[in-house]
Design a protein around this ligand. Structure first.
Ligand SMILES: NC(=O)c1ccc[n+]([C@@H]2O[C@H](COP(=O)([O-])OP(=O)(O)OC[C@H]3O[C@@H](n4cnc5c(N)ncnc54)[C@H](O)[C@@H]3O)[C@@H](O)[C@H]2O)c1
Length: 302
């Protein structure tokens, strides 16, 4: 397949370009930032706010992996995030319609579920794709509105559109900061601001993008994409009992399993996350000796 990857200079984009290339596809990588060392030899600098540039980029491709958004609530004003992300997402959907592109995968976010969560926001745990959405930032609004926009475009085109709600993404060399950032129990108030302790290794996020373009006949779908576990050393059921005691359980929670359920992605996409902080850190936060394959990947400059 000929695949365009937007946001290709970014965190998820760099790994996704490499993953899709390694699977044998032809990749055109694009970003508004120039990245000379992209894994793809075909890197085109473009601003996705410009529809003319989007049309030129996507012409003749079979699938689009759209990761080119401002990825955070911080460092930009609410207006700048909303304006950029909504316009860019509309342009990608519109160009896919106009060019009759068969498959689009794009990055939604865990934030549509209500980040930062308060106990009253949650109808049940683990959170699945059926759980009501609550948006609290312009970033989350743009993501949720793009999910709704995707439904509208699907009705027009019947092309495959997959929304991947990624949890907080970690690159291999970022795990060491996890204990300082997340394990310090600074009281009920702060810890409940987390996203039910969900996270995702960037290599698994890239694999999810690949799976979503390789599958056929998905129609319009939304999937949670996380690591198999939470960012905490505690058992997941203990976290729920401690911080969300009044939230009902939709099913039994096992061991350290993620509370942002990935059952649907497992079943329909065949997504099986391979990476967890538990292979890098001990439960007391000290570093384990890294397995050879993870060392190699964490040192790869992509
Ligand atoms: N990193 C996370 O924890 C996380 C979690 C959930 C969802 N996401 C989503 O995943 C996607 C990728 O995130 P990331 O972490 O790789 O972010 P990133 O900032 O590292 O990469 C995003 C890239 O998009 C590009 N971009 C933004 N606006 C553009 C425009 N108008 N034209 C062209 N390029 C543009 C940026 O230059 C950047 O290189 C985003 O949609 C983000 O919202 C990220």
């Amino acid at each position: 397949m000929k695949v365009v990857v937007t946001g290709a200079a970014g965190k998820i984009g760099r790994w996704t370009v490499r993953t899709i290339l390694e699977a044998g596809h032809d990749v055109i990588a694009t970003d508004r930032l120039l990245r000379e060392e992209s894994a793809s030899k075909k890197f085109i600098q473009a601003d996705l706010r410009d529809y003319g540039q989007v049309i030129q980029l996507l012409q003749g491709c079979d699938a689009v992996v759209h990761l080119g958004n401002i990825p955070t609530d911080v460092r930009n004003t609410s207006q700048a995030i909303f304006e950029n992300n909504m316009l860019v997402n509309f342009n990608i959907l519109e160009a896919c319609k106009d060019l009759k592109i068969a498959k689009l995968v794009w990055a939604s976010s865990e934030t549509v579920l209500g980040y930062p969560f308060k106990p009253g926001d949650l109808s049940y745990l683990p959170l699945d794709e059926e759980h009501p959405t609550t948006v609290k930032s312009s970033y989350a609004m743009a993501k949720r509105l793009t999910e709704i926009l995707s439904d509208m475009f699907y009705k027009l085109t019947k092309a495959q559109i997959v929304s991947l709600r990624f949890a907080n993404i970690y690159e291999p060399d970022e795990y060491e900061k996890m204990p300082i950032m997340h394990w310090k129990d600074d009281g009920q108030k702060n810890i409940q601001k987390k996203n039910v302790w969900a996270y995702c290794d960037v290599r698994d996020a890239a694999k999810a993008c690949l799976l979503a373009i390789e599958k056929d006949n998905l129609g319009i779908e939304t999937f949670h994409i996380t690591a198999p576990d939470t960012i905490m050393p505690d058992l997941s059921k203990d976290l729920v009992d401690r911080y969300f005691p009044d939230v009902s359980l939709k099913r039994t929670i096992q061991g350290h399993e993620t509370l942002m359920a990935i059952d649907k992605a497992r079943k329909i996409l065949g997504y099986e996350p391979r990476y967890t902080w538990r292979s890098v850190l001990n439960n007391d936060g000290t570093t384990k000796k890294l397995p050879e394959d993870q060392l190699a990947l964490s040192k790869t400059n992509i």
